[in-house]
Design a protein around this ligand. Structure first.
Ligand code: MAN
Ligand code: CA
Length: 259
């Protein structure tokens, strides 16, 4: 009997220790019940564990955390705007020859044929012209440089001679150098007739000028000429020896024009 009381006493003591030291926040009603059980009756068996307590209120905001680790590299962005033009580079080497082009159209072939025909006609025309020129110069003219002297073999006074040459698109022959003078000499020698030159001092006595104006730059006067014999010699004749003499413009001389 004493051991039973001792056991009960020990159990009661342990229950009290457990009940007062338990972290389980039981309600005051349950404590009261337990106390009343202790106070009012024999100790029962241990009850089941109580339910979980409710979540408490949200706590205050924590302190700002430390800087995190560097993130991984991002994706490549879109291309930027084009930059300003750079300075001109050095000229490159000549490229290699291209491949042969395609065969031309029938239109091209027609054009090539027309050009070839025209070239052939032009060559024929030039050949005929050169032949005609040789015959022309052999019979009535002389070619010196870019100038051609031509006679019709007839004689006229100076005024008529000047008009005839002008109408034909030329001028009365005026030698500007020894070569031209020699060519004219050959014509007058051939026809054995003195010719007029396109040179006079009609404007100013003693000053011989070309019919186109301008004082002469070349002359081949005979000795003691020009002498203005009888005060009536304003034109110039070319003798068969190639020498010049001033003579009357109303005389009739071989017509030689230059073109
Ligand atoms: C001589 C010279 C010339 C003159 C002629 C005129 O030959 O006096 O100067 O022009 O006569 O006929
Ligand atoms: Ca004279």
């Amino acid at each position: 009997m004493q051991s039973l009381q001792l056991s009960v006493f020990l159990m009661l003591g342990m229950f009290i220790i457990i009940a007062t030291s338990s972290p389980n926040p039981q309600s005051s009603t349950e404590k009261d019940n337990t106390c009343s059980m202790v106070a009012c009756g024999a100790a029962g068996a241990n009850g089941l564990p109580g339910r979980d307590g409710r979540d408490g209120r949200e706590g205050p905001k924590g302190e700002k955390g430390d800087l995190g680790l560097q993130g991984s590299r991002g994706l490549q962005g879109p291309p930027g705007k084009a930059g300003p033009a750079g300075p001109a580079g050095l000229k490159g080497d000549k490229g290699s020859m291209g491949t042969k082009g395609e065969k031309g159209s029938s239109e091209d072939n027609g054009m090539q044929l027309a050009v070839r025909l025209m070239n052939e006609q032009l060559r024929t025309l030039q050949d005929n012209f050169n032949k005609f020129k040789k015959i022309f110069i052999f019979s009535i003219g002389k070619e010196v440089g870019r100038k051609i002297f031509v006679t019709n073999g007839l004689e006229y006074d100076y005024e008529t001679a000047s008009r005839m040459c002008s109408r034909a698109g030329g001028l009365v022959a005026s030698p500007k150098n020894a070569d031209e003078n020699l060519a004219l000499q050959e014509i007058v020698s051939k026809h054995d007739k003195r010719s007029f030159l396109g040179i006079t001092d009609l404007h100013t006595e003693g000053t011989f000028k070309y019919s186109t104006g301008g004082t002469i730059t070349y002359s081949n006067w005979h000795s003691n000429e020009p002498n203005n014999d009888k005060g009536n010699e304003d034109c110039v004749e070319l003798n068969t020896d190639g020498k010049w003499n001033d003579t009357s413009c109303t005389n009739k001389k071989l017509l030689i024009c230059e073109f």
